[in-house]
Design a protein around this ligand. Structure first.
Ligand code: ASP
Length: 584
């Protein structure tokens, strides 16, 4: 028997027992005639004690243990005199009478403790050592719990988990495909699924009216902290449903997960906000509603005062930062620099201080009297003590910039608390997006999304105005999931492809299998997919999804541990009939 207990379970109740533990040596300390070793496994840390006086040979052996050696220790549980109440095993220690080294370890490249000296690159290279650290380990265990709870809930409401293939044909989610060359049909390629979108729709045609899957998806796109080239979705689809059925079903899942994982109860239905409203008031289709600071449009109010910036702007909008009227010059300059950053792109920032004594002072006093400024303040329900921040310019860009400024102020004022969760549904997205460069429409969600029924007549007349029967679940400014009611009629689907600029041949070439299936009694259906990694990271209180994935890739899409992507042998290339060319 290797062990009787784990390193996380012994306490005062076990004193006097003879036990066997196995684990890794976290650290060892010599104090006078005693040697103490912290033994770690997945469950915790237990202190081992060796006494020079009673067993000098064993104590010598313990002194020679290196960090991360794997050992088995047999001994007796005793109460500690110097208790550590921070850990569950901190009231006891093991008086060891037998020590077996199961395996040695080289000196690890970084300290395997919470406060590690290892940089990101090094930790990723030795990810299996990084995973021994408590916080990273706990993230992976949290992920396990969330996936178990998802399965439990989905099963309880009649969903069937069905696996779909990974070697498929392109599915359009708007990213580039990863492709896999075929050896058996040289010159042809599989695409890895950007999502199982078309397959889950085929499962609806097959009659599985409630499908889900925790599934790996692959998208070849530029990476950020919350993106990985391969990531997981909780992918779902239902038949004979309208939008409300889907929102209610998955609101149920969200509430269940929050209850089970975070102990958070949501008694009210989640807010539902149309896309237009989200853009108008928060400048974002994923507003963080942990705080207010809604935008007020001042375009009409501010014109006609010879201030060219406002007079020539398509949009003038403002936010009110409560209690910030005493912001210093330096703080205001910082905010100006912030909005002028290239990725935010505003030309400048205008402010109005609504001083506690009721006077108003602005950066545009030359053009606006205190009475004028009072009108702005009233329009925004500002009170003495507040600071009004105004941006102006082209509407779309200004809304986005104001959104960034709002989030920045939210951060500065500590309004984006990690333990507060405000979920909402954003609905009625535009179906199509116009792309100036290629002069064509693209599906904002994907081409299988159906319009809101009453908008069908606009499809050919004014495609840009058509609203999609689509929805996103947004929590704390993060898009956690999104989906839509689908088109289930072959003629309608062809109509959509046409607006997207596909010829009949192209549509058939790429999606013939789906159009075909629609000829055989496709039920009305719709679905949703949740970013599983993101959701887990949010439950774990972090922005980056990387630490919630056992073996993630870095920002350039590399796995530095496996050292891949890497070259393949000439033999493999020949088998695949692939020739690697070089650009001259
Ligand atoms: N396939 C979609 C996505 O990955 C989700 C859905 O429409 O169900 O975003």
């Amino acid at each position: 028997m290797y062990r009787t207990h784990t390193c996380g379970e012994l306490n005062m109740k076990n004193t006097g027992q003879d036990v066997i533990l196995c684990g890794w040596v976290q650290k060892s300390r010599d104090l006078g005639g005693m040697t103490f070793v912290d033994l770690r496994d997945r469950y915790g840390i237990t202190q081992l004690v060796f006494n020079m006086e009673t067993n000098s040979e064993l104590c010598e052996k313990a002194r020679k243990l290196g960090r991360e050696f794997v050992v088995q220790a047999k001994g007796k549980v005793k109460e500690r005199s110097n208790k550590n109440l921070k850990i569950s095993t901190g009231e006891i220690e093991i008086y060891v009478n037998e020590l077996i080294i199961l395996n040695r370890s080289e000196i690890p490249p970084f300290t395997i403790e919470e406060e590690t000296d290892g940089g990101e690159e090094l930790r990723m290279k030795y990810r299996y050592l990084d995973l021994r650290r408590t916080s990273v380990k706990n993230n992976i265990i949290l992920r396990h719990h969330v996936s178990q709870e998802v399965r439990k809930y989905m099963d309880s409401i009649g969903f069937v988990e069905i696996e779909t293939p990974v070697l498929i044909k392109s599915t359009p989610e708007g990213a580039r495909d990863f492709v896999v060359p075929s050896r058996m049909q040289p010159g042809t390629f599989y695409a890895l699924p950007q999502s199982p979108q078309t397959l889950k729709q085929l499962l609806m045609v097959a009659g599985f009216d409630k499908y889900f899957q925790i599934v790996r998806c692959f998208r070849d796109e530029d990476l950020r902290a919350d993106r990985q080239p391969e990531f997981s979705q909780i992918d779902c689809e239902m038949s004979f449903v309208e939008r409300n059925d889907i929102l209610n079903t998955f609101e149920g899942l969200a509430k269940y997960l929050f209850r089970q994982i975070k102990g958070v109860e949501f008694n009210e239905p989640f807010l539902r906000i149309p896309y237009q409203e989200a853009m108008e008031y928060y400048g974002s289709d994923k507003p963080d509603l942990r705080f207010g600071m809604r935008f007020t449009e001042l375009t009409g109010t501010v014109k006609g005062h010879d201030f060219a910036v406002f007079d020539t702007s398509e949009y003038v909008g403002a936010i009110c930062a409560e209690g910030c009227s005493e912001y210093t010059r330096k703080q205001l300059d910082e905010l100006t620099d912030f909005v002028k950053k290239p990725q935010i792109g505003a030309k400048g920032l205008i402010y109005v201080r609504y001083n506690s004594d009721g006077t108003l002072k602005s950066s545009v006093d030359k053009f606006y009297s205190p009475d004028d400024l009072k009108k702005w303040a009233d329009a925004m329900n500002a009170k003495p003590g507040d600071l009004i921040l105004v941006l102006a310019g082209e509407k779309k860009k200004s809304l986005t910039a104001l959104s960034e400024l709002r989030l920045e102020m939210g951060n500065r004022l500590g309004l984006r608390k990690k333990d507060k969760f405000i979920p909402l549904w954003v609905v009625d997205f535009p179906l199509l997006e116009w792309d100036e460069e290629t002069k064509r429409f693209y599906a904002m969600h994907h081409p299988f999304t159906s319009p809101i029924p009453e908008d069908w007549p606009l499809m050919e007349k004014d495609p840009g105005k058509v609203r999609a029967n689509a929805y996103d679940l947004v929590i704390n400014g993060v898009e956690i999931g999104g989906g839509s009611i689908r088109i289930h009629d072959a003629t309608d689907q062809k109509r959509m492809f046409k607006v997207l600029g596909f010829s009949d041949e192209e549509a058939n070439e790429q999606f013939g299998f789906l159009l075909n299936a629609f000829k055989f009694g496709a039920p009305p259906h719709g679905g949703i997919a949740f970013g599983f990694d993101r959701w887990v990271a949010m439950f774990g209180g972090q922005d980056s999804i990387r630490d919630f994935i056992a073996f993630p890739k870095n920002n350039s899409g590399r796995d530095v541990m496996l050292d891949t992507p890497s070259q393949i042998s000439n033999k493999q290339l020949e088998e695949l009939q692939l020739f690697i060319g070089r650009k001259k």
